[in-house]
Design a binder for this molecule. Structure first.
Ligand SMILES: [Zn+2]
Length: 267
């Protein structure tokens, strides 16, 4: 499933009732994830509720995301009341960007799309700030509330750890630097990437260029080339393996040219 959403700003006015926009400035240091707790509402419904006169709760957040859009309801450098832990300077309320993931509709797969959109959105927010997934918090981490509740349906927060892992993958894709790949003197159409100063190359494209056979071990989630298993990472459905490791495994000469961002492989 690919992320598919628009991002729009529709800030609630200053002076909105029940102090939902206190207009306190904030230098955020983390991102807090919530579920709305409402199995039927969309992001637009959640935004509308903030300015609905019958809403008497002192509660707000920064962004609501559903299966088709993300709506920023408060500037990300202003305090919102979403963490349930008061207003001391170190509280989640005073330091964290609150993201509400809409719950509708689990049975129709809308929630799965909202979750995929949230993964992308959160990765983007982390990337823009140069942050890693260590900046992610659950509402639960601040106040003990069972939120985001749909990530804890097994009581072990498996959904949460899965979410963090997905954000990590999306973040790597955002942080990647693209690399030219040359096999036996010929540049491939596919690109590699530099991640944490390590060069990764697309396994399938290289195998094709070399006439090598690749395999996939579903049980161990491990790719192989000419029967030799090799540790890789999967980004957007493509398996990438470290250039040097691949060279060693298949007995190829590899070269990395940092000035032109080119990985070469000769065999
Ligand atoms: Zn919450």
């Amino acid at each position: 499933m690919q992320p598919n959403y628009t991002y729009q700003k529709d800030h609630i006015p200053r002076g909105t009732g029940y102090n939902r926009r206190p207009a306190l400035s904030m230098e955020p240091t983390s991102i807090t994830i919530h579920n709305t707790g409402n199995p039927t509402s969309t992001a637009a419904n959640e935004r509308a509720w903030l300015t609905n006169p019958s809403n008497t709760r002192i509660a707000s957040y920064h962004i609501a995301v559903d299966a088709k859009e993300a709506i920023e309801v408060l500037p990300l450098n202003e305090v919102a009341w979403h963490a349930g832990d008061g207003s001391k300077p170190t509280s989640g309320n005073r330091t964290s960007i609150g993201i509400e993931i809409c719950e509708r509709d689990v049975s129709l797969g809308e929630y799965a799309q909202a979750l995929t959109n949230a993964v992308d959105l959160v990765a983007k927010l982390l990337h823009e700030r140069g942050w890693g997934v260590d900046r992610l918090r659950r509402h639960y981490d601040w106040s003990g509330k069972q939120c985001p509740r749909l990530m804890n349906i097994d009581g072990k927060w498996s959904g949460w750890y899965q979410f963090v892992q997905r954000v990590q993958g999306a973040l790597q894709a955002y942080d990647k630097k693209l690399v030219k790949v040359v096999v036996n003197g010929k540049q491939l159409a596919e690109q590699g990437m530099l991640i944490d100063n390590r060069t990764y190359v697309p396994l399938r494209a290289i195998a094709k260029a070399l006439g090598a056979k690749i395999g996939w071990d579903q049980q161990n989630k491990e790719a192989s080339i000419n029967g030799v298993a090799i540790d890789g990472i999967v980004i957007s459905g493509t398996t990438y393996v470290p250039l040097r490791l691949l060279g060693e495994e298949i007995g190829a000469t590899v070269r990395w040219d940092p000035s032109s961002y080119t990985a070469s492989l000769n065999k």
